[in-house]
Design a protein around this ligand. Sequence first.
Ligand SMILES: *[C@@H]1O[C@H](CO)[C@@H](O)[C@H](O)[C@H]1NC(C)=O
Ligand SMILES: *[C@@H]1O[C@H](CO)[C@@H](O)[C@H](O)[C@H]1NC(C)=O
Ligand SMILES: *[C@@H]1O[C@H](CO)[C@@H](O)[C@H](O)[C@H]1NC(C)=O
Ligand SMILES: *[C@@H]1O[C@H](CO)[C@@H](O)[C@H](O)[C@H]1NC(C)=O
Ligand SMILES: *[C@@H]1O[C@H](CO)[C@@H](O)[C@H](O)[C@H]1NC(C)=O
Ligand SMILES: *[C@@H]1O[C@H](CO)[C@@H](O)[C@H](O)[C@H]1NC(C)=O
Length: 352
Amino acid sequence: MRVLFLFSFALGLGCAATRTQDERSSKPLHTIPVVFAEGFWFGNFTAGDANDLSLLIDTGSSDVYVNPDLYKPSSESQTLNQTVSMSFITTKPDGCGEMILKSNVVTDKLAVSSLTATNQSIGTVVKVPQPNPDTITQFPGQGIVGLLGTSADDSSVGGTPFFQHLCDEGQVDECRFGLGLETSGTGSLTLGGVDRTLFSGAMATAPISGQQWIIEGGLPSDMLDVGVQQSMFLDSGTSNIIGNHTMVKALFDKLGFQSFTRDAIGCDGTLFGYYPCDSPPHIGFQIGNSTQTFFIEPEAFKMEDNGNNNCTATITGGNIGAGGWLVGQSWFQGKYIDFDVTGNQIGVANLH
Ligand SMILES: *[C@@H]1O[C@H](CO)[C@@H](O)[C@H](O)[C@H]1NC(C)=O
Ligand SMILES: *[C@@H]1O[C@H](CO)[C@@H](O)[C@H](O)[C@H]1NC(C)=O
Ligand SMILES: *[C@@H]1O[C@H](CO)[C@@H](O)[C@H](O)[C@H]1NC(C)=O
Ligand SMILES: *[C@@H]1O[C@H](CO)[C@@H](O)[C@H](O)[C@H]1NC(C)=O
Ligand SMILES: *[C@@H]1O[C@H](CO)[C@@H](O)[C@H](O)[C@H]1NC(C)=O
Ligand SMILES: *[C@@H]1O[C@H](CO)[C@@H](O)[C@H](O)[C@H]1NC(C)=O
């Protein structure tokens, strides 16, 4: 999900294998299952003494939040006198929707697999009424874990973001994580390295341009005159793929899609495209200098089935501020995506 604005008010398998001299001792990879539900991917985490919280895995934001009444403080819990109000966009499966969030901040342990970040800042969401049906006031599932950002400056609740925290505490071997999301609705989140069992061969890579998790990339150059080399923000917490209106209109026209602009909360003037469900197009993105196209899987291209062989495309045209492409989970499906903090790059390979 993308943070729109915020106000912050101040008030395991522990076998370290010994290897040859020039290699570091290695900690095992930590892989947890993730599941798909209503446009987003979830994995189980423990916040304080609350076990098996199903948190949305989000590479587009930096903080950990737990929905109302679910957090159970452990003996390490500390309440900070801080209330945070925030707004998120792209909260619905069609890339629309908005979220208004009010939360209190605690520090406590946050654990996943056998990894534990101590003194992690956690926002405990406060129950407030929905102002309208398209504006949510708590997260889908039971909360969210943001995997973006390297320092407390990236956080809205203070404190180091969770994954960086694990890296800083030396809990993971390599400071990188990966998502392997299948088209079947199951997948994995790997922490501390690359799970090379999930794909063959080399990954295509692209350096981070400026800020996590933004890289250069776009549609293949033979696809369109516009939209070719652009920035791509890889956001697992956005369900669809959003490009600027001009670019997406040109793409829909080229593909022969019917398209209409619609207004909705969180996405005024968004362009939606319609295609015959039984013949999804074969299109995708290239990253960095790689000439390999990573296609949107046919199953993932469908955002909505409107009946009569009429489907809404996962790509929409909108005003997303940053320019370039906001690339959500529908593109991730069928791929292994390596988020390499140390190497400051993204890697992509097709899953087996
Ligand atoms: C999360 O935990 C619940 C309860 O133990 C379990 O039923 C569910 O399968 C787990 N989900 C994942 C993605 O591991
Ligand atoms: C939080 O506020 C309460 C009441 O004003 C105060 O007693 C407490 O010491 C504060 N805690 C911290 C950590 O500042
Ligand atoms: C715990 O985190 C808070 C917020 O980031 C920080 O102010 C505090 O110094 C930390 N405490 C310890 C013991 O590391
Ligand atoms: C949309 O992208 C195209 C292609 O890069 C660019 O020429 C155009 O200025 C962009 N439009 C907006 C409104 O950002
Ligand atoms: C991509 O190509 C450009 C131009 O040839 C070059 O400057 C850049 O270093 C290359 N980037 C990578 C990651 O190979
Ligand atoms: C496809 O569905 C959309 C949304 O319901 C509708 O506006 C459009 O007219 C339909 N197109 C066709 C060709 O039926």
